[in-house]
Write a protein that binds this ligand. Structure first.
Ligand code: AHR
Length: 557
């Protein structure tokens, strides 16, 4: 292995790759390095199409996410398009944002969609669900929802960025009729209903054609505190007759409020209860929402939600690995819930929708003090996000959508903003790098590398040495790889079975300091660098920087 300092000196100056031609190697830093890892991409073993929606987002009406983050208002000095922050629109177009979930989260189950439509100056102010956690440093709009950003503004935002809207309906505190009416408001054709007229009067004559509807959120907790069986009954009631205005069966895709982490009983309870009226009932469920946050960095000392959390900016290398380990549980959760879902749905017509994921740290690192749940993502969170997106890419047959929590000014945010300040975080850069996977054919890829061993408070612990994912569109292959080692580069032999490589480039996100992060003052502390690779042949050797996310864009012969 190669040390962090040597790596940075040698490799970032020159592309760290070499053609494997007749066994001859031309490594940028000498001939003596051992290839101790191997990546084999099997072009003949497709896994399924990677849904672009795996690269989805989540924007809850929570503290600075909507008010200040997305919505600045049309009269703001902050450059905006119809009140929506322009820099955010520009960035989200770049990353090909496919879908955005709104308005919550827990907020959704206390939201009356009618408050957020109609003339803006007539809309009521309401107590925000998150009111209790706001401090005096926060603006009034965070405690008392001014309802300036409602359904119209959200649909407009989605249109501006080229994404599909995903609305989460209120199951806890509104009746099923209001769900029906919200769908009618959004989707009934121009001039067809009173609600379509109301939409038109607001400047939106054409229907929004909202396809994705969350039926409640975390219904096991803030969304109503139901049992799985009670929730299944509510789900059936809410979704039994909802208006469709076209002919497509999937014109409306209902997403059930799924489990928290490894709550297998919630998944089993819901599926069994649904199936009591016949397994065909499950055909009304498009997706089953799984939530998993990586928050417990206590190294096994506690399971307390407050005590278990650690700092976003101050951490040591053990914290780094512990966070990745917590996040890496996602793969077992996907496989486990998929298996349980298969007990009543053996054909797997219901897919997983991981509509909340990311690290969750203790308060204290907000770029805008007073923003509840806001944290500053570092390189660690960029690596975490690359690892998670790779993991989703490896299960295209199971995952229909995923939504990173949350888009801006919140947990694992792609962007931080306050008034006229805006910055792309390492998480945002990773989403840009990985956009090339969207809609590609996932390919089975075998990673083999020595594990990383570390000391977890006197006990041995380990984490995998190299992982990633590959996808193909025509002749363009995208191979993304995470090297989680805090200090050592990892050299790997990369073999693409069944194809040669004509050309390629490497884009790397890393930094010599694992705590590195972007701020309003230093917006480019952590940015990806791209270098072209020169080779022509079957395979290559590449040295992955320590603590890095790498995208290899390879043109196959
Ligand atoms: O993302 C913050 C909160 O986390 C969401 O509102 C809720 O669904 C989850 O518990």
């Amino acid at each position: 292995m190669i040390g962090r300092r040597d790596f940075l000196r040698n490799s970032l100056a020159s592309a760290a790759c070499v053609l494997l031609a007749g066994g001859a190697s031309r490594l940028g830093w000498g001939e003596s390095k051992l290839v101790d890892a191997r990546i084999e991409v099997l072009t003949g073993e497709p896994l399924g199409t990677i849904s672009p929606n795996i690269y989805g987002h989540f924007a809850e009406n929570l503290s600075g996410v909507i008010y200040d983050g997305i919505w600045v208002g049309a009269n703001s000095k902050v450059p905006n398009v119809d009140g929506i922050r322009k820099e955010l629109i520009d960035e989200m177009r770049k990353i090909k944002a496919p879908v955005v979930r709104f308005p919550g989260g827990c907020f959704a189950d206390s939201y009356d969609w009618r408050d957020g439509v109609g003339p803006a100056d007539k809309r009521p102010r309401r107590t925000n669900f998150w009111n209790g956690g706001e401090t005096s440093a926060a603006p009034a709009s965070h405690s008392y929802d001014p309802n300036q950003f409602g359904t119209n503004e959200f649909a407009h935002f989605c249109k501006l960025i080229g994404a599909e809207p995903y609305l989460a309906a209120n199951l806890r505190s509104l009746p099923a009729e209001e769900f029906f009416r919200w769908v009618e408001y959004c989707n009934s054709p121009a001039g067809s209903t009173t609600l379509a007229d109301a939409r038109g009067a607001g400047g939106f004559k054409d229907p929004f054609n909202v396809r994705f509807w969350g039926v409640g959120n975390e219904s096991w907790g803030c969304g109503g505190n139901f049992t799985a069986q009670e929730y299944a009954v509510e789900f059936r009631r809410f979704t039994t007759w909802v208006p469709r205005y076209g002919k497509e069966r999937d014109e409306l895709s209902f997403i059930g409020s799924g489990p928290n982490v490894d709550d297998w009983a919630w998944t089993r309870g819901f599926f069994e209860e649904m199936a009591k009226k016949g397994r065909w009932q499950l055909r009304s469920v498009y997706g089953w929402a799984l939530h998993h946050y990586a928050w417990n960095l206590s190294r096994g000392k506690t399971r307390d939600w407050i005590q278990g959390k650690a700092d976003a900016l101050k951490f040591d290398s053990v914290d780094w690995y512990e966070l990745l380990r917590e996040g890496d549980r996602m793969e077992g959760l996907i496989n486990g819930h998929w298996q349980v879902m298969g007990e009543e749905d053996p054909e797997h017509s219901v897919k997983l929708v991981v509509d909340e994921w990311g690290p969750w740290y203790k308060p204290g690192s907000a770029a805008t003090p007073g923003d509840q749940l806001e944290q500053t993502p570092t390189l660690r969170d960029g690596v975490f996000s690359g690892m998670t997106l790779d993991l989703f890419n490896r299960h295209p047959e199971k995952i229909a959508m995923a939504n990173c929590a949350q888009l801006i000014n919140c947990l694992n945010s792609l962007y931080l903003a306050h008034e006229d300040q805006f910055v792309v975080t390492p998480v945002g850069h990773v989403f840009a790098m990985y956009a090339a996977h969207q809609g590609g054919q996932g390919l089975r890829t075998i990673f083999s590398a020595p594990t990383i061993d570390y000391d977890r408070d006197g006990k041995p612990a380990s984490f995998w040495g190299l992982k990633g994912s590959a996808s193909l569109r025509d002749k363009e292959m995208t191979l993304t790889v995470v090297n989680p080692h805090v200090s050592d580069a990892r050299e790997a032999e990369i073999v693409v079975r069944g194809a040669g490589i004509k050309a390629g480039s490497a884009t790397v996100l890393t930094h010599s300091d694992i705590h590195a992060h972007n701020t309003f003052e230093d917006r480019r502390a952590v940015v990806p660098e791209t270098k072209s690779l020169q080779f022509a042949g079957q395979g290559l050797r590449y040295t992955f920087a320590p603590a890095s996310v790498t995208k290899l864009a390879l043109t196959l012969a």
